[in-house]
Design a protein around this ligand. Sequence first.
Ligand code: PBG
Length: 338
Amino acid sequence: MTGSINIVDEITGHRRMRRNRKADWTRRLVRENRLTVDDLIWPVFVVPGTNVAEPVPAMPGVERMSVDRLVEAAKEAADLGIPAIATFPNVEMALRDETGSNSLSADNLINRATRAIKQAVPGIGVITDVALDPFTSHGHDGVLRDGVIVNDETVDLIARAAVIQADAGADIIAPSDMMDGRIGAIRRALDAAGHQDVGIMAYAAKFASAFYGPYRDAIGTGGLLKGDKKTYYLDPANGTEALREAALDVEEGADMLMVKPGLPYLDLCWRMKDAFGLPVFAYQVSGEYTQIKAAALNGWIDGERVILETLLSFKRAGCDGILSYFAMDVARLLAKRG
Ligand code: PBG
């Protein structure tokens, strides 16, 4: 043969990956992952009072809601088909103390919210956190003594709080505190109280991350926090340790696992799904939300497309669902597309 060589044919022969991408219909046909409303868990912030819906400064588009407004929002979420919401309270400063004692009050903000939602919107799942940080005067997730977060005493408190939250109607307890042994202790406490059907979503891999900043403002712990949480959250450098942490949670009785934050830790989503086969969720946290939102508001990225791409990436990485502050926007978008 003379003349120029057809490089593509010489090297790749008949192997052409682009054939399957040539049209919208082929792309739809070979699409491996899909995002649906069933994948979404909506994290919400609860504040005291009535008829309150105040913006969270570092999270444009997110509001802290009083219980009555939250019930309305939960109705809307259920109508859109969102399976579950995860509630986080912004507790009055006067009720916060060294040991987070308000977490054990059956009538505290989080339990009032659960009762109201379950009564008005029984079809939506309510996921509650038992970490002590919204209730402590120092912003840590556990009891602070002589500069140390005391593990076992904290576990005892959060296991009791879990039972009280289940009494109020919580469907899933999601402990975000990363104390050792908490999953087993919560499981035993729930079972002893007759709450066999209440599940546990373990924050199996929660990292000591800088992405939580806007959340701490939202629940009013930002200014309070003394030091950091590195003695109980995972080191962002460690993947294998995260897997070991998750293995313990599975052993202790976790029904579902979570990775937090989300996008920077997609490797853990995949490794956990692969290792345990349990449902795995990612928490696209406040800082991830804010990054996207801020850039979109400035017109620097196409917010809608970036949001959908990040959520789809969680699915591709093996997640069964995503906790995302974008949940309502995305549910509306998906409904519009049909
Ligand atoms: C603490 C807790 C955190 C978040 C939820 N519960 C992290 C923290 O404040 O250290 C973060 C959620 C987010 O950033 O969206 N138990």
